[in-house]
Design a protein around this ligand. Structure first.
Ligand SMILES: N=C(N)NCCCC(=O)O
Ligand SMILES: [Zn+2]
Ligand SMILES: [Zn+2]
Length: 325
């Protein structure tokens, strides 16, 4: 540990740089100004960045997502009143840096991402990944499956991402959950998309998605169900399976997340997303990603802040599980 940097230190866990001593806008931009992985002996949760966007079909730029989310996370404070937990005090959370993903070979990038994820999971730590485009969910699910068996994916997105191919390519940001399903990585009767909306190619997109076993909470259902109703649907769907949460930031309305590659009108507010994420407390959450943050289209860190807060709620859910043990 850098002796010069005053950090919060609770329950033996090394926390954030003390913002009462070192102003938040200074110092290294690890997520929430947490320690790096190499600054602690052991970690309970590792945050990994995946700067990769070779799988996008429209606006590029999500390769800059990890650094933008980290920069946008400097203001996060130690205690989360919404979940009554201090996510960095009851567990050791660290920033594991970025995966070196080849921008010119998608398959090589997928292998590197899976390898880095596996390295985290082998230590027994939980993994939270900051993307990157949605292609990265596939190698992350490969690693999750190797550790936990069939995974119940709860997928927040405007898009199904169960399309077959784009321009003949198998590995793209519109196809990760089709590939994951074909590879047998998913608990087919327990997966759920939340926030789906917008124009499709044909009605077959929905039929094929249903054939793979997915269920959908459409964005339009939020008004009638509210966050509590969506949480109820999610909890009934996943039961006590190992759950992986994949958040495409475009699940939010472009008003709340302009900085993304394939925006669609009519999405959730950030308040709605955060409320649904809090509903994962008590669910067997084994890992998560937040993807598709493309800072070139962002303004005033709107999208980055939404992503950072989504990450904070997920870390708080993991903290609750740990303190309940
Ligand atoms: N944003 C993600 N992950 N996928 C969107 C793909 C939509 C399309 O190109 O038609
Ligand atoms: Zn999307
Ligand atoms: Zn997506």
């Amino acid at each position: 540990m850098d002796e010069q940097t005053p950090r919060l230190h609770v329950n033996g866990n090394l926390g954030q740089v003390d913002a009462t001593v070192v102003p938040r806008y200074g110092g290294a931009p690890t997520f929430a100004r947490l320690p790096r992985w190499d600054e602690v002996d052991a970690a309970d949760v590792v945050i990994l960045g995946v700067p990769f966007d070779t799988g996008v079909s429209y606006r590029p730029g999500a390769r800059f997502g990890p650094s933008h989310i980290r920069e946008s996370s400097r203001l996060l404070r130690p205690y989360n009143p919404a979940q009554d937990v201090s996510p960095f005090a009851v567990q050791q959370v660290v920033d594991g840096g970025d995966v070196a993903a080849n921008p010119f070979s998608i398959e090589e990038a997928l292998a590197s991402i899976q390898q880095s994820a596996t390295r985290v999971l082998e230590t027994g730590a939980s993994l939270l990944t900051l993307g990157g485009d949605h292609t990265i969910a596939l190698p992350l699910l490969r690693a999750m499956h190797a550790t936990h068996g069939p995974i119940a994916v709860v997928h927040f997105d405007a898009h199904l991402d169960t399309w077959d191919t784009y321009f003949g390519a198998d590995y793209t940001h519109g196809t990760p959950f089709r590939r994951a399903s074909e590879e047998g990585l998913l608990a087919a009767d327990s997966c759920l998309h939340i926030g789906i909306r917008g124009p499709l190619y044909t009605t077959e997109d929905l039929d094929q998605d249903g054939d793979l076993g997915f269920q959908i909470v459409h964005s339009t259902e939020m008004d009638a169900l509210g966050a509590p109703g969506v949480i109820e649907r999610m909890r009934a769907r996943v039961g006590d399976r190992p759950v992986y949460v994949s958040i495409d930031i475009d699940v939010l309305d472009p008003a709340f997340a302009p900085g993304t590659g394939t925006p669609e009108a009519g999405g959730f507010t950030s308040r709605e997303l955060l409320a649904v994420l809090r509903g994962f407390a008590g669910v067997n959450l084994v890992g998560a990603d937040i993807v598709e943050v493309a800072p070139a289209y962002d303004h005033a860190q709107i999208t980055g802040i939404a992503a950072a807060h989504a990450a904070y709620e997920l870390l708080s859910v993991l903290a609750q599980a740990r303190s309940a043990r």
